[in-house]
Design a protein around this ligand. Structure first.
Ligand SMILES: [Zn+2]
Length: 193
């Protein structure tokens, strides 16, 4: 049984797995009931890297997450690294990862194919909601955003663009000119700069 083999492995070094998704991610092994929570990639406290129980590595759905790049190996003992490499670089795994990348590209292309009338899709000046130089103040740098993209693009200047994953769109009052709710952007948690 797999569990007996797992018990015999003594590991000095933990298996550290990094979450590559923008948001918090959870993986639980239904067989063992073990669960690990990751913060989104690039978490300022490093909580996007977590040690996982060795049982995860023999779980098919965890293996799929490794081969499609949702999780990446941050550090692991050599013999485990080799086993993971063999697992995720097999021709089948590579094909799966490629088809997933193709799918992602297709949906991106589909989005890009939404035709925007360039005459009305003007640039609107927004001000950056990134942290300002004084505590509690906003950055305020002018950010031009196309009208068609203002509901999907957080107003962040070049210096604060990397904080986009912390921003969420919030529906506000009805905009009479469009008949849709006005979107304002807010930080879900203000990162330490
Ligand atoms: Zn800014």
């Amino acid at each position: 049984m797999a569990t007996i083999i797992e018990d015999k492995i003594t590991i000095a070094q933990p298996v550290l797995i990094q979450n590559t998704l923008g948001g918090p991610t959870v993986f639980s092994n239904p067989k063992s009931g073990e669960q690990v929570n990751w913060a989104g990639a690039g978490d300022p406290d490093g909580l996007d890297v977590q040690s996982v129980p060795i049982s995860f590595l023999s779980d098919a759905s965890f293996q799929r997450n490794l081969s499609n790049g949702t999780f990446s190996v941050y550090a692991a003992p050599d013999e485990i690294l080799e086993a993971i490499d063999a697992l995720i670089s097999g021709p089948h795994a590579q094909r799966q990862a490629q088809s997933r990348r193709d799918q992602a590209q297709h949906s991106k292309d589909a989005l890009a194919a939404i035709i925007v009338d360039p005459t009305t899709d003007d640039l609107v000046a927004h001000s950056c909601i990134g942290p300002g130089t004084r505590a509690g103040a906003l950055c305020g740098t002018g950010v031009p955003i196309r009208r068609s993209e203002s509901d999907t693009t957080a107003p962040l200047c070049a210096k604060h663009k990397h904080l986009a994953r912390y921003c969420i769109p919030v529906e506000g009052d009805l905009d009479n000119s469009t008949g849709k709710a006005k979107i304002t952007w807010q930080f879900v948690n203000i990162p330490k700069e």
